[in-house]
Ligand binder design. Structure first.
Ligand SMILES: [Zn+2]
Ligand SMILES: [Zn+2]
Length: 222
C-alpha cells in the first residue's frame, strides 16, 4: 500500500510516490516539497531572474557599450583581429575559416569540447529570454527590412547589436533584424564603427536602431 506524505510547502497530503514527489534528501528518498510546489517555485524564480537580467541590461547598457568601445579603441590585438575578420576578407574566406576550424576540432576533440562548454557557460551568464513573438514584433517594428541596409525581401537574421563577445544578450533591445550580408559583415564589431563605414549608412536608420535599443519589454505592444 502507498502512504501519503504531507508537502511542507503547500501542506497537501499526496501519495508518497515519484509521481508526486521529486527525489530529495528526506529519509524516504523524496523531497519534502511536492512536485507541483517545486515547479511553481522554479517558474517564479526563473521569471525573477529574467526580469533582473533585463533591468540590469537596461540600466547598464551605457556602460556595456562604453566598455566595448573602450576595448575597441585600446586593444590593438582585438583591432587587428577585427581587421582580419573585416567584412570582405571574412565573407570571401568564410568557408576556409569554417573548414580550418572543423579540421582543428576533429584533431582536438577534448579542447573543442572544453571550448564549447566554456562558451555555453559564458552565454548562460548573458541576459536572454527573447520569445518567438518578441522576434515577430521586432520584425514588424523594423517593417520587415534589414535594420541596417534597409534590404527588403531578404531572410532576416537575429543580429546581436552588442555582440555576444561583448556581453550582448538575446533580448529585446539587443536583437536587431539584419540581412545575412549585414549580419556576417558586422560580426563582432562595434555597431557604430561598422555601420558608419558602410556605403548604405543612414542617420535615420541609425537613430531608429538606437531608439529601439532603449526599449526592453515594451516594443510593439503600444
Ligand atoms: Zn506542495
Ligand atoms: Zn542588411
Amino acid at each position: 500500500m502507498i502512504n501519503n506524505k504531507r508537502c511542507t510547502k503547500c501542506s497537501e497530503c499526496k501519495p508518497q510516490t515519484s509521481e508526486h514527489f521529486p527525489k530529495g534528501t528526506d529519509k524516504d528518498g523524496f523531497s519534502c516539497w511536492c512536485k507541483a510546489c517545486h515547479k511553481s517555485y522554479y517558474q517564479r524564480n526563473r521569471e525573477k531572474k529574467l526580469q533582473y537580467s533585463i533591468s540590469y541590461y537596461a540600466e547598464n547598457k551605457e556602460q556595456i557599450l562604453a566598455a566595448q568601445h573602450e576595448r575597441y579603441i585600446s586593444n590593438e590585438n582585438v583591432r587587428s583581429r577585427q581587421k582580419e575578420l573585416s567584412s570582405k576578407h571574412y565573407t570571401k574566406h568564410k568557408n576556409d575559416y569554417i573548414k580550418r576550424a572543423r579540421a582543428w576540432a576533429r584533431k582536438n576533440p577534448e579542447q573543442k569540447r572544453n571550448y564549447t562548454n566554456k562558451r555555453r557557460a559564458y552565454i548562460r551568464t548573458l541576459p536572454s529570454g527573447l520569445t518567438k513573438s518578441d522576434w515577430a514584433r521586432i520584425i514588424v517594428h523594423f517593417d520587415h527590412k534589414c535594420a541596417y541596409c534597409g534590404g527588403e525581401n531578404k531572410p532576416l537574421q537575429q543580429d546581436h547589436f552588442i555582440p555576444v563577445a561583448s556581453g550582448g544578450g538575446l533580448i529585446i533591445g539587443n536583437i536587431v533584424p539584419a540581412c545575412a550580408d549585414c549580419n556576417s559583415s558586422k560580426h563582432n564589431k562595434d555597431a557604430f564603427k561598422w555601420y558608419a563605414d558602410q556605403s548604405f549608412f543612414d542617420a535615420e536608420k541609425w537613430k531608429k536602431i538606437n531608439d529601439y535599443t532603449q526599449q526592453t519589454r515594451k516594443i510593439g505592444t503600444a
